[in-house]
Ligand binder design. Structure first.
Ligand SMILES: Nc1ncnc2c1ncn2[C@@H]1O[C@H](COP(=O)(O)OP(=O)(O)OP(=O)(O)O)[C@@H](O)[C@H]1O
Ligand SMILES: [Mg+2]
Ligand SMILES: [Zn+2]
Length: 260
């Protein structure tokens, strides 16, 4: 009796059974080729999805470690609107900072974003962070209040790190973003720690972005005249003096009428 040369698949109907000769042996492929192809495609898709999920998890772990608030994870230069010249200029300065980062890593540039609430200082700083992390740089974003809390945490006996070790770690991060400087008046100890950190980063040529609602005079007082004087060498300041974007978004959403 000769073996059948066709088979039938419940899903794909009749198919030819192939015989493959390997030396003395003949292997008959009795499985539906369409089913085999579908299986292979499904497995490839599953593998690709698994790899994508792993990559995503890595990015999220990096974002978590980088301290970028969830709200700002998708913030970029592309989704920053720049209707007027000053906004376009601020965006261009932050974008140029990110794009020329290798140069700033030689200079230890300090980029200061100064000005009114809701104008997009944190947005543009996070755009820099996201841009640089995608290019393999280490970034750490923190409000100044959170920084001090973290440092105070090292004073506890159960802390895994000493204050010194934590400061050394902050000193090594490629880009550090200190948000909301001077929102609460820090203690003298806190201010001294901040000066130490900024000075250590400056000497290590690590760029820093400082963001604040203080004006130039108040900021100089907060950071100390000596630091401001050094900024003249390696500092760039961008003033954000237009209306809050938060107010504009509320107007569009009609929230002001609702709450009135
Ligand atoms: N020009 C803009 N285009 C698009 N979104 C913007 C723009 N400016 C601000 N936003 C958005 O408005 C919100 C407020 O902006 P952001 O928090 O960056 O302001 P800020 O200057 O850091 O304010 P604050 O001084 O209160 O911290 C954010 O969600 C931000 O993404
Ligand atoms: Mg902000
Ligand atoms: Zn089949």
């Amino acid at each position: 009796m000769t073996a059948p040369t066709t088979g039938t698949c419940d899903k794909h109907g009749p198919f030819a059974i192939k015989s493959i000769a390997i030396g003395e042996c003949v292997i008959r492929v009795t499985r539906c080729p369409s089913c085999s192809k579908e299986d292979a495609e499904r497995e490839a898709a599953e593998r690709a999805e698994k790899e994508r999920a792993e990559r995503q998890a890595k990015i999220e772990a990096r974002l978590e470690q980088a301290g970028i608030p969830a709200l700002f994870r998708d913030r970029s230069f592309l989704n920053y609107e720049y209707g007027d010249v000053a906004q376009a200029n601020a965006r261009a300065r932050f974008m140029s900072f990110a794009q020329n980062f290798e140069l700033h890593l030689k200079r230890g540039t300090v980029l200061v974003g100064i000005g009114k609430v809701g104008t997009g200082k944190s947005h543009l700083a996070c755009a820099c962070a996201n841009y640089l992390m995608a290019r393999g740089h280490t970034v750490y974003f923190t409000s100044t209040a959170r920084l001090f809390t973290k440092i105070r945490g090292t004073w506890s006996r159960s802390s895994e790190m000493t204050e010194e070790q934590m400061l050394r770690q902050f000193e090594q991060i490629d880009l550090m973003i200190l948000d909301e400087i001077g929102l609460q008046r820090g203690t003298e100890d806190e201010q001294r720690t901040l000066h130490e950190l900024l000075e250590a980063r400056r000497l290590a040529c690590k760029p820093t972005i400082l963001l604040t609602n203080l004006d130039h005079v108040e900021l100089a007082k907060y950071l100390g005249e000596r630091f401001i004087d050094r900024l003249k060498e390696s500092g760039v300041s961008v003033v954000f003096n237009w209306e809050s974007h938060r107010k504009q978004s509320r107007d569009v959403a009609g929230l002001d009428q609702e709450s009135a």
